[in-house]
Ligand binder design. Structure first.
Ligand SMILES: NC(=O)CCC(=O)C(=O)O
Length: 266
């Protein structure tokens, strides 16, 4: 059993201004202030992929946050002030000569506890031409709960989700910028990752347009049985779900796939 059982998460399904970090920081701050109020106090906030710049890849080396300093200061202060965990979407982060697509995780005290850089770069959006891939998987603990994080295209690689699950993950977080016309893939892959690994899958996708590319939202929280607890529409919104980690144990003991695996054969 995990340290705490019940968690409430708020997903900030936002539009992203292409190549305009100031506008994106301002919009995100407004949404964060709407998401955490005296009446509503989620345990976790989560944002979409590359929310600081969008896919402004040709200018990404100028626009990326240097060592993530601006993002880290901003999120850390908010997390500590409101006592909330933050899965800070991902940002374009500059480290020396390299720009990576990186997610930072903050705890309720505002301390950064983990980071993960996308390991599978998406050629259809030319990420591999401008970005450097990460070299480590995204395993971490959130208040004693083993968890994992993958970014967008990563969900097409079931081996990665399985590795995180075998490492103990009970929740998988997926920030994304997943566009039309692949809604069917988005929903199916997220549900598959939840069902096959019997864990919660929590995804936050952006909305809006970038040139001719349209992003459809449909952020989702899916339980370990594969049921969708909440799903966004196609406009900006804050989605919320409350779930119990003990459901992971219930599903895993009902159909014990982790005991029945035959990895010696495959
Ligand atoms: N930002 C991304 O990784 C997009 C992935 C995507 O659209 C896909 O179909 O895969």
């Amino acid at each position: 059993m995990s340290a705490i059982d019940k968690l409430t998460i708020s997903l900030l399904q936002m539009d992203i201004a292409l190549g305009d970090p100031d506008a994106n920081f301002n919009r995100l701050e407004q949404l964060m202030n709407e998401a955490v109020t005296a009446e509503v106090k989620p345990d976790i906030l989560m944002f979409p992929e590359m929310w600081n710049t969008g896919y402004a890849l040709e200018e990404i080396h100028q626009l990326a946050d240097k060592a993530g300093e601006r993002t880290k200061a901003f999120i850390s202060e908010f997390a500590a002030k409101h006592g909330v965990h933050v899965i800070a979407g991902s940002i374009a982060e500059k480290q020396g000569e390299h720009v990576r697509n990186t997610v930072y995780i903050f705890d309720r005290e505002g301390k950064e506890t983990a980071e993960y850089s996308k390991i599978h770069l998406f050629r259809l959006m030319e990420e591999e031409k401008y970005l450097t891939e990460g070299e480590q998987i995204g395993s971490f603990e959130l208040e004693g709960i083993p968890a994992g994080v993958m970014i967008c295209y990563d969900i097409r690689f079931p081996e990665l989700a399985r590795k995180l699950a075998l490492g103990g993950a009970r929740i998988l977080f997926v920030p994304a910028e997943w566009p039309n016309p692949r809604l069917h893939h988005w929903r199916t892959l997220l549900m598959a990752r939840a069902i096959e690994n019997q864990m919660y899958v929590v995804s936050c996708n952006r909305v809006g347009k970038s040139g001719s590319t349209e992003f459809f939202g449909h952020s989702m929280v899916i339980n370990p049985w594969g049921e969708v607890l909440v799903e966004g529409g196609e406009a900006e919104e804050i989605l919320q779900a409350t779930f119990e980690l003990s459901e992971v144990d219930q599903v895993r003991s009902r159909i014990p796939i982790f005991e029945d695996r035959r990895p010696q054969l495959y």
